[in-house]
Every structure is written in structure tokens, then in C-alpha cells.
Ligand binder design. Structure first.
Ligand code: FMN
Length: 206
């Protein structure tokens, strides 16, 4: 095994350290967050930190990197409008999805810089990603500042959930592999997983 102590990590080259620390916790979810500014400019960006926070109420969170250096359009739009969408990435759009991480000015929509199409399910909805197998409309609930690194946990409630039919199993489980939904490792690694097994709810052995 290769060992890195706290001191070793502190001394690492910047890029090596980013890659190492970003991959060591395992595979992450691969989503695009869609928003619209108050002035009507759509925005879409890749996020790998979207996590389940609870099913009742149905909450999802994501971690926003510090916004001091670069303005974060996704965050500004969520704060302005209180709504956003979370759309699963799928195999055919991986290249374009990754490109949405480029730092475009707020006046430029990433939808116009890629082949990802925006879709509006009703007149008031924020932009969804067309053909995404899982499209979730979210309402902003709260933000929690992480003191250790100035990141923010953005908490939202699922208000509308749209799922491609073939993914949904009888018990509510979503077979993500049927939608060719990738997972992300590190900052730029995309993998297409297959399901290994479902193990069911566990009871104690005694
Ligand atoms: C694979 C990948 C995953 C990312 N995940 C996150 C994330 O979870 N949180 C975050 O703040 N930024 C994340 N980013 C960076 C944003 O995509 C990037 O800052 C983007 O420019 C934000 O766009 P916006 O300014 O339009 O909000 C990620 C970038 C990549 C390439």
C-alpha cells in the first residue's frame, strides 16, 4: 500500500492532490443542475456531490464550492428564484455535460454552448435537460455553511420527479444502468456501472 500522512498530503502538488482527494471517497453521482436567472438566462452545470438527505420529506443536497473567487451562477440563480432542476447525465451527453463546468459568464447559457437542449415541463418550471432519464424539480430549502472550508451544503426538496419508465422497478427502486447513467470519480472520470446485486433490507441475525 502507498501511504500518505496528513503532512504528506499538505506537501502534495496541487493537481495531484485535487485528483487524489477527489477520488479517494469512491464513486459519485453524475448530474446536471438547471437554473434560470431572474433576467431569464438559462444555466446548466455538472455537479458530482448530489446526495440523498432523507425520503420523508424528500430532500437532496449538494455541496457548493466557495463562491468568493468565481461567481457561481447556479447558486445565484437558486437564491434569486428558489427553484432548480437536477437531471441525471446519460452516456450520449457525457462530453457536453463535462464541458458545462467551464467558467462561462452569467450572460452565456451553457445550453447554447453545447448540444444539451433545455426543456420546460410547464410555464413556471426551471430548465430541465431534454432526454435525461431522471429529471427532478427542486425547491430550495436552506443552506448550511461548512466552517472548515467555506463550502455550502445546499438543501432542497423534491417537488416534481420525472422518470423514464424502463428504469422504475415495481418496488420503487431505479435501475440506473438501464438509463446508461454514469458515475463520476475524481474531477473528470466517468464510468458506466452495471448492477451487481440487490441485497434487500437486513434484519439482525438473532
Ligand atoms: C465532474 C465535475 C463535478 C463537479 N461537481 C461540483 C460540485 O459538486 N460542486 C461544485 O460547487 N462544483 C462542482 N463542479 C464545478 C462546476 O461544474 C463549475 O464550477 C461550473 O462552472 C459551475 O457553473 P455555474 O457557475 O454556472 O454554476 C464540478 C465540475 C466537474 C467537472
Amino acid at each position: 500500500m502507498i501511504h500518505y500522512s496528513e503532512e504528506d498530503i499538505d506537501k502534495l502538488n496541487k493537481v495531484f492532490r485535487i485528483n487524489l482527494i477527489n477520488s479517494c471517497s469512491g464513486y459519485k453521482s453524475a448530474n446536471l443542475i438547471g437554473t434560470k436567472s431572474k433576467s431569464g438566462i438559462a444555466n446548466v452545470a455538472v455537479f458530482s456531490s448530489i446526495v440523498h438527505l432523507g425520503s420523508n420529506p424528500p430532500l437532496l443536497g449538494f455541496f457548493l464550492r466557495p463562491s468568493e473567487i468565481f461567481p457561481r451562477n447556479t447558486y445565484t440563480n437558486i437564491k434569486e428564484t428558489g427553484i432548480y432542476t437536477i437531471n441525471s447525465i446519460y452516456k450520449e451527453i457525457i462530453n457536453d455535460a463535462h464541458h458545462t463546468s467551464a467558467k462561462y459568464d452569467k450572460s452565456i447559457s451553457e445550453f447554447s454552448m453545447t448540444d444539451i437542449n433545455e426543456e420546460y415541463i410547464d410555464d413556471t418550471s426551471p430548465p430541465f435537460v431534454e432526454n435525461s432519464p431522471i429529471k427532478i424539480e427542486m425547491k430550495f430549502e436552506e443552506e448550511i455553511k461548512i466552517k472548515a472550508n467555506k463550502c455550502k451544503l445546499i438543501v432542497g426538496k423534491i417537488v416534481n420527479l420525472h422518470i423514464e419508465k424502463k428504469l422504475l422497478e415495481k418496488d420503487g427502486f431505479l435501475s440506473l444502468y438501464k438509463g446508461k447513467i454514469p458515475t463520476i470519480s475524481g474531477c473528470d472520470g466517468y464510468s458506466l456501472p452495471e448492477i451487481y446485486d440487490r441485497k434487500g433490507y437486513q434484519k439482525t441475525k438473532d
